[in-house]
Ligand binder design. Structure first.
Ligand SMILES: C[S@@+](CC[C@H](N)C(=O)[O-])C[C@H]1O[C@@H](n2cnc3c(N)ncnc32)[C@H](O)[C@@H]1O
Length: 204
């Protein structure tokens, strides 16, 4: 039996077609328990011309890593995408609650699964950076036609700049990298310090 969840409070995200996505966030919990700004920026990017106002997501098979509340995957599924939303086991219940809350708007398929980065691959190897399991997990879920979208807020404190540099070093070994310029993003929901990156495998 899973532990009871903390109380929730709802964040509403309105799509351009006026559908309102309701996302429960935990009052107490780890980093994934609230909707991050980068998640909103990426979700609103889905509504731009780059995604044919969301139509490009229709029937696409998508895996979301480190989904937290599941907001990005749920919004993608309202455009008809088939999404597997993943995070650590403790977020499964919250993601399922958010799927149920928005069921009436979902036109694709959506499932919540536990996926701990790198777990099904790491056996006896010690890593210097926790990023390596993430990059491995991303790589293991890609083939030649997969597009990886990554949206993050730039941080300047602590070890964040080094983690960011290492993440891009590791990704550059395997992926072509393209940054989505601000002018292509949602005109309201964008920010100079939030970056949307697109990765494609170099050698599938
Ligand atoms: C900064 S939060 C972002 C949550 C969500 N994507 C958003 O933008 O609102 C990072 C997420 O990655 C998840 N995460 C961190 N380490 C992980 C790991 N080793 N395996 C799976 N998920 C992990 C956390 O639980 C958290 O939900």
């Amino acid at each position: 039996m899973s532990a009871p969840m903390a109380d929730t409070f709802v964040r509403e995200i309105e799509k351009n077609n006026e559908e309102v996505i309701k996302i429960h966030q935990l009052e107490i919990g780890d980093v994934g328990c609230v909707v991050w700004d980068a998640a909103i920026v990426l979700s609103k990017y889905f509504e731009t011309e780059d995604f044919l106002k969301g139509q490009l997501l229709k029937q696409k098979n998508i895996i979301e890593l480190g989904a937290g509340t599941g907001v990005v995957g749920i919004i993608a599924s309202t455009f008809g995408a088939n999404v597997t939303i993943t995070d650590l086991p403790e977020f499964n219940q919250l993601i399922n609650m958010n799927i149920a809350e928005n069921k009436h708007l979902i036109t694709g398929n959506v499932t919540a699964k536990t996926l701990v980065w790198g777990t099904d691959i790491i056996t006896d190897q010690a890593f210097d950076y926790s990023l390596q399991p993430l990059v491995k997990t991303i790589t293991d879920h890609c083939n030649g036609s997969t597009t990886v979208l990554c949206c993050y807020e730039k941080r300047t404190t602590g070890n964040k700049p080094e983690l960011e540099r290492t993440f891009f070093e590791l990704m550059t070994e395997k992926f072509h990298i393209e940054e989505i310029p601000l002018y292509k993003q949602d005109p309201q929901f964008r920010s100079a310090d939030i970056h949307i990156m697109k990765f494609k495998l170099k050698n599938p």
